[in-house]
Design a protein around this ligand. Structure first.
Ligand code: SF4
Length: 343
């Protein structure tokens, strides 16, 4: 089944989904089955994956329809990340010649070229920056790239990361275009299978609320609120946002178990790694207790969300912790002025 866009991998067009749902041909039947599997595997986080071939990604548009119907952001993120990992494995595998990688990049809107003279990929600077800004690791920073006339010359691993991030962006964009009311109308042939997924979701523990314990969320600065809300929506946070969140929560008195529990809602949660990172930032391992970065650092890393918040826009506000302390002081009961005078 070839879509009008030439890219069957992310085409969530209603007519196309309708045909896929009603067709009796074996290919459509297989894609329907794989679309469900992809979601279940994302929920189980299982190693025994059945959705393993690149062609299986043809089922992703139907998975996105089902996910829209279920409307659980964390499950949506997990399913998209599962597909992303499948694509990445394929693009880095030896089965695929390096010169064929740019064809896959174009499917997700990324222009790049490969030259076997130097074994390097050529990517426009703006494209490279846009798709690597959320990646952790020095190798994706511009200072480590070879750049000539606005083109980044990079190896296959970095080129694949660019495609992978473009894929995630496109998948979320496609998801956003699906009309929820349509999903209820069109997905009825799969209603039993979807019900099964919903039941599984209820028992999976995925749908957790974020527990902030004794800490007062209402007086958090906008940046920390935004990181928490993005994590609740299943977005993978950049490294600096995670670091800021951990060090901030530690400084205001949240214990390490509470902080680790918060990360359990992240789509790429890994308990061992998170425990190590949290213990490192909070001084449990390194004996250095880190503080969150200043506002100016967060601003230059595009991680400040101050908008028109009146406190963030004060000249004296230099640090997210200052915001919290100020608001806490404003909220605390004050002795009457006459007592202050006498005291
Ligand atoms: S101004 Fe500072 S405290 Fe406010 S959102 Fe930006 S980084 Fe956070």
């Amino acid at each position: 089944m070839i879509s009008q866009t030439g890219n069957p991998y992310l085409d969530v067009d209603r007519d196309r989904i309708d045909i896929l749902l009603s067709s009796n041909d074996p290919d459509s039947g297989r894609l329907r089955r794989i679309a469900m599997r992809l979601i279940i595997e994302a929920m189980d986080d299982t190693e025994n994956r059945e959705v393993t071939a690149i062609n299986d990604l043809g089922s992703l548009p139907l998975s996105l329809w089902i996910l829209k119907y279920i409307d659980e952001p964390l499950l949506t993120s997990r399913a998209i990340n599962h597909s992303r990992d499948l694509l990445e494995r394929f693009l880095t595998s030896e089965r695929l010649h390096a010169e064929d990688v740019p064809d896959y990049a174009r499917r997700y809107g990324v222009e790049m070229e490969f030259s076997d003279e130097d074994d390097l990929f050529r990517i426009p600077l703006g494209t490279f920056v846009m798709h690597t800004s959320r990646l952790s690791g020095y190798r994706y920073r511009l200072v480590y790239q070879s750049i000539h006339h606005g083109i980044v010359y990079t190896d296959r691993e970095s080129a694949v990361k660019v495609i992978r991030e473009a894929f995630v962006r496109k998948a979320f964009e496609a998801y956003a275009t699906i009309d929820k009311e349509d999903t209820a109308k069109f997905l009825y042939p799969l209603s039993d299978n979807i019900q099964e997924i919903v039941e599984k979701l209820k028992n999976s523990g995925i749908k957790k609320d974020i527990d902030l314990g004794e800490v007062d969320f209402t007086i958090f600065p906008p940046c920390i609120k935004e990181y928490i809300s993005q994590m609740r929506d299943g977005v993978n946070l950049p490294h600096m946002a995670r670091f800021t969140m951990v060090s901030f929560l530690h400084k205001i008195g949240m214990d390490n178990d509470g902080i680790i529990g918060l990360f359990k809602t992240a789509p790429d949660f890994n308990e061992r790694l998170t425990t190590y990172q949290v213990n490192h930032v909070t001084g449990g391992i390194s004996s250095t207790e880190y503080s969150p970065p200043k506002c100016s650092v967060l601003q230059s890393n595009h991680l400040c969300y101050k908008g028109d918040d009146p406190i963030c826009n004060k000249d004296w506000l230099k640090h997210p912790l200052q915001y919290y302390t100020y608001k806490k002081w404003k909220k605390s009961p004050k002795p009457p002025l006459d007592k202050l005078k006498k005291g």
